[in-house]
Design a binder for this molecule. Sequence first.
Ligand SMILES: C[S@@+](CC[C@H](N)C(=O)[O-])C[C@H]1O[C@@H](n2cnc3c(N)ncnc32)[C@H](O)[C@@H]1O
Ligand code: SF4
Length: 402
Amino acid sequence: MIEFWKIRKESSNSYIAHSQKKNNYYFLNFTGYLIITLFHEGKTGEEIAIYLSNKYNLTNEVAYNYVKKFINDFRSSSYKAFPNELNTPLRVGWNITEACNLRCKHCYRSCKKALTNELSLDDAIQLCNKFIKWKVFEVELTGGEPLVHPDFFNIAKTLLEAGMTIDIFTNGLLLNEKKIESLLINKKGYMRFQVSLDGNKEDHEYLRGKNTFNPVINSIKTLKSYGIHTTVNHVLTRRSIKHLDSFIDIVRHLGVPFTIGMVLPMGRARKNMIVSVDSFKRAISDLFQNAKEKGFVVAGFDSSEKDIGTSVKFVVDNSGESYAIKDEWTCSATSTKIVVDSDGTVRICPFVEGNILGNVTKDSINKIWHNPKRKIFKKDYSKHDGHLCKPIQEKLSTTLSS
Ligand SMILES: C[S@@+](CC[C@H](N)C(=O)[O-])C[C@H]1O[C@@H](n2cnc3c(N)ncnc32)[C@H](O)[C@@H]1O
Ligand code: SF4
């Protein structure tokens, strides 16, 4: 049975399916769409083969082999690059507020207080309805701290009710069982959490403030106890890079997938906390080596330094082993995603200044998504060396050489 997937029509013979649980996308033709839809309706492989053999005048055996191969490919394949320009984005990163209960030393948005012109509840709910109309599959709720937003639960529930996947990016301090349960009441959508954990206790609290470590660990354990897909994001600084082993022990113990990313020189992040591209790549490569020595599995990733971008994802499996995920990297900013700020401004990339595509309160999705600036960005701006895009590379080298 294929679970947790959504599907949308792109053109007369092309469909996009999103597997919510695996977070993979697939491009399908009409026959693929039929197979997935029939599976979703509860039909068996044999029943689908009979349906296809009648429809296309095939023998049952040919149809059955086709269905079997299709399902195997569907299950085993990972992210597929999209050959065409999409009608609308697949994913929206929504900074629902600039307000935050912390003042992290590295925060690239310098988050503190809500903007005076943030979207009202009515506007925010209207925006949720727009995402639904645009057939967006995934919405990241981030900020600032999304749980500080007075209408966070209304927003999250509206999206879940529409069957969407939501990713909640949080510092983990405002979560409790009651709040989590209120979100779990909804069975239609799919909810994931990304919780920030910036190293061991000392390193995490150096960036995020005193008494922030234990509550985050507890929140991660609570989310896991509810069976919620939870990952950890660790922004590597010059300080925490020295203690990567102790961070790995913590996440292995928690049994959560994790991402290790570079500090980007924006907002409150200071030059003295930024790790150079070379040091970052070396630390990740060393991690692979140590992982092997410690008996971890480093699977599906050849640890070629070219493949290491601004962040690398790792998973820890049930046996406590961890390994890096090889993704067929492509810059989502140029192909599948937009970023919406708390006042409705739409941008291409959260880490590159300017690049405004419009405002969701005034402009149509057509005007926003097909804004020529996006194509220019795609063609010129995001040229990359391996997984590192040009604007980020330039920003890092300017900061480090200043
Ligand atoms: C801006 S925060 C918003 C969500 C939430 N407040 C949190 O801290 O997780 C989203 C993620 O961006 C990361 N981040 C903040 N500043 C950064 C920077 N200068 N470079 C890279 N990542 C950064 C945070 O550590 C966090 O994991
Ligand atoms: S990183 Fe997250 S928790 Fe820290 S100040 Fe920024 S928005 Fe707040």
